[in-house]
Structure formats: C-alpha cells, structure tokens
Design a protein around this ligand. Structure first.
Ligand code: ADP
Ligand code: ZN
Length: 728
C-alpha cells in the first residue's frame, strides 16, 4: 500500500506539542528525534527512564498521515498507555492476546479504515504472516520499537519474540523505524541496529542525568524504623521500597502497616492474582507504598512515584539506576534513599562466590565494588552515577544529593586515619576491613590471638569508638584514595602513597560529620503550591479516574495539579496555560477542576492575589498568520467538497484537529454545511442535550448520549448553535 503522506515542513513543533499534550517545551532530544522522524529517518535513541520517549513517536503519529505501529513488550501496560494517549485526543488502540475475537476485529476494522494514529502491538505478532499482510493493506507512518534492547542477547531482558522484528524492514522498506531504549551499552546498541537492520539511523544518546532526583545514602541500622521515619512527612505520596528477600519484604510491609501506612507487598512468592491486585492498587493511588523485591518494576509506568527507597544494597549500579529511575517520571522532584550497611556486601559476596563461571564472578565482584564506591560518603552521588555511564558531570555541586547539600561540617579525622593506616601497615597489608577494625578496637578474636595481632602497637588504639565508626573511617580512606582495596574473593587493604602523606602528617584528612538519621534535607515536593487546594484537586482526579477506570495519572499528572494549586487558573484560557493541559483535556476536565479552584479562590481571595503570574499563553492561540493559514486550507478543502476524514488524511492531521478548524470557521461566520459533518438525527439529539444540560460541558453531552455521539460532533453542533444565536 502506498505510503502515508509527508506533511509540509512544520516550523514550530511546540505549537502541536502544546495543543495536544499541553506541554510548553520539549525535553532534551525530543524535538531532534521528532524532526528526524518527520524527515522519514530511522532512529536509534537511548534515553533514561522518564526521559519522555513515548512522546517522540506519539506526536509524529498525530502529525503524520497513516498509522504508527508501536511494538511494546508489556501487554499489561498497553491499556494504560492507550488510555493515556486517547485522553489527549490521539486515536489509539492496542492489539494483543488479551482481546477477545470481537474486540480484535473491531480494532482491525478501525485500523483498515485509517482512523488510527497509533496501534500498540506485542512483538509476537510479527512472527505471524497474517498480521504482516494486514499491515501491508494500510498506510503506515512509522514503526516505533519500545524497549528495543529486548532484541539483544547481550542486554538484560532478552526476549526471543523480538527477533521477528527484523522482518519489519524487509517487508516495509519505505517506512521509518524508530528504536527506543533506556539501557544500552555500545555492544547492545550495535546489536539493536543490526538486528532491526536500521538504515543509517539518526542516533541519540541522551544524558543519564535525572536532575529532579535527589540521591541520598544513609547508614543502615534498624532499617524498618528508619523507613518509617522517612515516611513521616510523606503520608500522601507514592513510593516504592525495595528489599532483597521476600521475608524482608513481608517484614517491612507488615511493620509499616502496623504503623498505619497504606502499604502492600510485592514479590515472586505471591500468586499472580495478588501481585496484580497489589500493583493495581498502587497504580491507582489506593495505597501509597509498595514494598517489593526487584520482581517489581517492568510493569511500572506510574509517573508520580515520589520516592524510591532501597532497604538493602543493590547488586550493581545498573540495577540501582534502573530502580531509582522509576521515581519522578513526571519531572517533579523525587527522593532516592539508599540504606547502606556493610553486612549487605558480605551477603552479596556470598552469592557471587556461588557462581560457577569465573569471568561472571569477577564481573559481578567488580560491579559490587562500584556500587559500594557509590555508597561511601564524600563525593557527589550524581557525579559517581554519571561517571559509571561514561558521562562527565561538570558542576562542582549538583545541588540535589546528600553530599552536595549537606551543611554538615567537615571534621578533622587525621588522627583516626593514622590509627587505621598504622594498623594496616603493621599487620603487613594482608587483611580486609573487618579484621583491621577488630585490631583497632581491640577485639578478642581467635584470628587476632593466633596472629598475635594483640601485640602490635595499634591494637585497641581506637577502643573508645565502635567498629562501625572505624568501618566508616576505612570507607572514607578508600573514597579519598588513601587506601586501595585489592580485587578478588578476599580483598585486602593497602596504603597508597597519598595515604602515607596523611600518615606522616604531611597531608590533611577531613570527613563529613555524619547525621544519625536520614536527612530529609530536601523535601520531595516544591513548596510553593497550596496544599489544601492540591488535596481537593487530587480527590477530583481520583473520582474522574475511578469513573473511567484508569489510573489517576492518566487524567492529570501531579505536576499539573501542583501548577493548578500554584497559579489558581479560573478560566479555560488560564487553565490552558497549565503544563499538561492540552485541548482535549481542557474540554474534558476543565468543568471538573475549574469550579473547585474558583470556589477555593472565593473562600480565600488572599491565596490567588499572592500567586505568581501564569506562564505566557501558548503561541498559536494568538491570531498569528500560521494558524489563520491552517484554517483557510481546511476551508478551501471543505469548499472542494472533501469530508473531515479526507481532509485529515490529506493534511496529515487528526480528524479531531480538523473538527476544531470547522468549529472555528463556523464561529467566524463561514457558511458550513452542517449536515455533511453531523447526521441530522444526531444534530437534533445533541441540541436537545445541550438545552437540557447547558452549553458548558462537552463531556456531559457525550456521556449523556450513551456513546451515540462523539466529541467532534458535539463540538461542531455547539459552534453552529452559538453562531445561530449570535446572528439572532
Ligand atoms: P520514558 O518512556 O522515556 O520512560 P515517558 O514517555 O513515560 O518516559 O515520559 C515520562 C513522563 O514525562 C510522562 O508523564 C510524560 O507525559 C512526561 N513528558 C514527556 N515529555 C514531556 C515534555 N516535553 N514536557 C513535560 N512532560 C513531558
Ligand atoms: Zn551532588
């Protein structure tokens, strides 16, 4: 089948971004990727979780004629993804094994009639010749491959189903293919490009920095109590707590539940129904906290996760990055707290030592050491994370990690450093941290007696402090490169030349004074919004989400509600200027949210008068020529007798957009033949409902009609009614 048409050159992509999604600016790399797609280039993009990959194909799907096919591995997520884009007025469906036959044929009918902007499918479809032939019968604008690393055996989520995606380029030589992933080493990158047979793809590797995430590491000691303390000011926020073992998951969950936290457990030992129930409850904000093993994650698309706590040390930085990456996808501040205790290292080492393959063993050890190096104090956490991914972080102070924001004093610890290093040298640099700490504190162990380390000069020199204190000094010495730790199964400590400088008093040694409990230094929420109003808006959101059976963040993100509770929009025009409020959502939801804000402002006028000014209105609303031009083009086509869907097809717009053009043209007084766009019977029905329910809410009308009429028709009829009454 012939190709979807290419739209004319679009100069300003922020206009459709704002109109459809209500976003005022692109995130890094989005615009560049979208432009390349519009130029029909293949794409290979690595962007961190929460970086906004979906928008990179969703926006083009709306701008290009034809259907964009999205290949996504997680059937369980498809419904939510489709609900979310539909809410923005994009025509989307999904096609997978969860549909019954009737539903499938309905989707295929919509696909063939060219109504769909987006179709989500599972990869296994591509192994079926029948599906490929169906696709060949429709104009396809783009293939978007989500989680593209699943095609590589070198990645960590290899799925054999993905291999059949190599058929895409073979069968659809003219359609661009865009591959997206959040994790790809260079090796996996090459694999993806080869297997999908991408043609000179436009390649983007985005920064792995997540500026809205705050990283903190705290000492692990009575971890359940510390977690409860951390939750104290976060009662209404959503968060994930990771624990390594199922027993610890259950333990932490019941401890928190007994302290009135709305919490549920999640681990592979629960039956799949319970797991699903708990995950849904979390997704829908019915509970705040989920305590989980790493089994929990792939299915998480929830954008308002405000914190991720690790009760135990992750095995490596990749896992840590991926798990913390589930926080703050909506771009709002979120907190990542890791509890670090030395004991965890031994547990992980124990498992590593069970590995059969020696290479695997040494890789795992190396990765564990890097994880530990992240957790020991004194250097910016962000810089360490990024350097792990081969990125340099240029700023001295990231401003959003415990180290950079700590105003804890630096204390002189040269004496303590000297005690430790002297013990290391006197025992021949042949022992690990545990033994060295034993020597310094004067412990009476068998090993010490046998080696006669109780006879050396530094034995017991630090007995006024406990072992944990000395372990931390050792960590600090390692972090500041006074010591190195050898590799292998039994790592030993050795003093570096710099360490000798400290030992002989020729260099200084300071450590950060440690807080007893997690800092809470930076609250996870921006402070300048009205909490009370936010709570009211949240309950409106919960009600709407419940009615539609979708998770709340599909209606509006936390960010959007924060802005409403900060700027107090009271008219639709003001509402439109809030991030996340596109045209479709404005129509559907402004009637639910505006009255709540108005009532709030009336009861407390002070609040609004002290609010900051709203962001500038979006550009295309002004009567600038491009907008005028686009209406005129539609007008010409209408006069040529084309239907809404024909215009949409030719112009590479959705019929929804064309309908807004028609609405505007009618209101401008142009003579539009209404019967061609809305059947007369429907017109009568819509008019009747408007008269009964008032002219303000399109949604009420659509709902009251029991699905017999759609937004587009309601919109057009309303414009005609208004234009008529103006004329009278
Ligand atoms: P990814 O798939 O890369 O993990 P998503 O596509 O799920 O990320 O996007 C994460 C969140 O960011 C979503 O809630 C999305 O609506 C939001 N988002 C995407 N692009 C923008 C943007 N330009 N401005 C504001 N929010 C955005
Ligand atoms: Zn920092």
């Amino acid at each position: 089948m012939t190709l979807a048409q290419k739209p004319g050159k679009i100069d300003d992509l922020t206009a459709p971004l704002d109109e459809v999604f209500g976003f005022h600016a692109f995130r890094p790399n989005q615009e560049e990727i979208i432009r390349a797609i519009l130029d029909r280039r293949d794409i290979f993009a690595v962007m961190p979780t929460g970086g906004g990959k979906s928008l990179c194909y969703q926006l083009p799907s709306h701008l290009l004629g034809g259907t964009c096919i999205v290949i996504s591995p997680l059937i369980s997520l498809m419904k939510d993804q489709v609900d979310a884009v539909r809410d923005n007025g994009i025509h989307a469906e999904y096609f997978n094994s969860s549909l019954n036959n009737l539903q499938r044929s309905a989707v295929l009918r919509r696909l063939s009639s060219g109504e769909l902007d987006l179709l989500y499918v599972a990869p296994e479809r591509f192994a079926m010749g029948s599906f490929i032939s169906i696709l060949k019968g429709v104009p396809i604008s783009l293939f978007a491959v989500d989680e593209a690393h699943c095609i590589s055996e070198w990645g960590h989520d290899f799925r054999p189903d993905y291999l059949s995606l190599s058929l895409i380029v073979e069968h659809f030589a003219d359609v661009p293919v865009a591959a997206f992933t959040a994790t790809a080493t260079k090796r996996v990158q090459r694999d993806i490009i080869d297997r999908l047979a991408l043609r000179d793809p436009h390649t983007v590797r985005a920064s792995f920095d997540r500026p809205n995430l705050f990283y903190e590491v705290a000492d692990k000691d009575d971890v359940n109590r510390l977690i409860l303390l951390f939750l104290h000011n976060r009662r209404d926020e959503s968060g994930i707590i990771y624990r390594t073992t199922r027993a610890d998951v259950e333990g932490t969950a019941s401890y928190l539940a007994s302290h009135d936290v709305k919490v549920r457990p999640y681990h592979a030992g629960l039956d799949s129904e319970t797991r699903k129930k708990n995950q849904d409850a979390f997704n829908r904000d019915e509970i705040n906290v989920i305590v989980a093993t790493i089994a929990f994650g792939m299915g998480i698309d929830k954008s308002n996760v405000r914190f991720v706590v690790h009760g135990d040390l992750p095995k490596n930085i990749e896992s840590y990055y991926q798990e913390t990456g589930r926080a703050g996808r909506d771009g709002e501040p979120a907190h990542c707290l890791l509890f670090f205790g030395r004991g965890d290292t031994s547990t992980i080492r124990y498992f590593i030592n069970q590995m059969e393959d020696e290479t695997q063993q040494s890789i795992a050890t190396e990765k564990l050491n890097q994880m530990v190096n992240f957790a020991v104090p004194n250097t910016c956490r962000r810089r360490r994370l990024l350097s792990y991914f081969g990125e340099r972080f240029e700023k001295d102070n990231c401003g959003t990690c415990d180290v950079c924001t700590s105003d804890a004093e630096q204390v002189d610890a040269a004496t303590e450093a000297q005690i430790v290093m002297s013990a290391i040298l006197r025992t021949g640099q042949r022992f690990g941290a545990a033994h060295v700490a034993d020597v310094v504190t004067g412990a009476n162990t068998k090993k010490i007696r046998e080696l006669r380390h109780n006879e050396i000069k530094t034995y017991g020199a630090g007995k006024d402090k406990d072992k944990r204190f000395w372990r931390r000094i050792i960590d600090d010495l390692l972090a500041q490169k006074c010591l190195i730790q050898t590799e292998g199964q039994y790592p030993v400590l050795q003093v570096t030349p710099h360490g000798r400088e400290v030992l002989f008093g020729r260099a200084e040694f300071y450590v950060r004074k440690r807080a007893e409990t997690p800092s809470h230094a930076v609250s996870t929420v921006v402070d300048d919004y009205n909490r009370e109003l936010f709570e009211r808006l949240r309950s409106v959101r919960a009600r709407l989400a419940g009615q539609q059976n979708v998770p709340p963040f599909v209606v509006f993100s936390d960010r959007t509600l924060h802005e409403m509770a900060c700027y107090f929009p009271v008219t639709p025009d003001e509402m439109r200027r809030i991030t996340g409020v596109g045209e479709m959502k404005l129509q559907r939801y402004s009637d639910d949210f505006l009255p709540v804000i108005r009532a709030f402002v009336e009861s407390d006028p002070q609040s609004q008068s002290s609010a900051p000014p709203l962001p500038e209105p979006r550009a295309p609303r002004q009567t600038k020529s491009p907008a005028g031009k686009t209406f005129n083009t539609t007008w010409q086509m209408l006069k040529d007798g084309l239907s809404r869907s024909q215009i949409a097809e030719r112009r590479g717009l959705t019929t929804g957009t064309v309908s807004t053009h028609i609405e505007r043209l009618i209101l401008d007084g142009r003579d539009i033949e209404l019967d061609r766009h809305v059947e007369p019977a429907k017109q009568t029905e819509i008019e009747r409902l408007f008269k009964r329910l008032g002219m303000d809410s399109l949604r009420e009308i659509v709902e009251a009609s029991d699905g017999t009429v759609g937004y587009e028709e309601v919109r057009i009829v309303r414009a005609a009614m208004q234009a008529n009454s103006d004329r009278k």
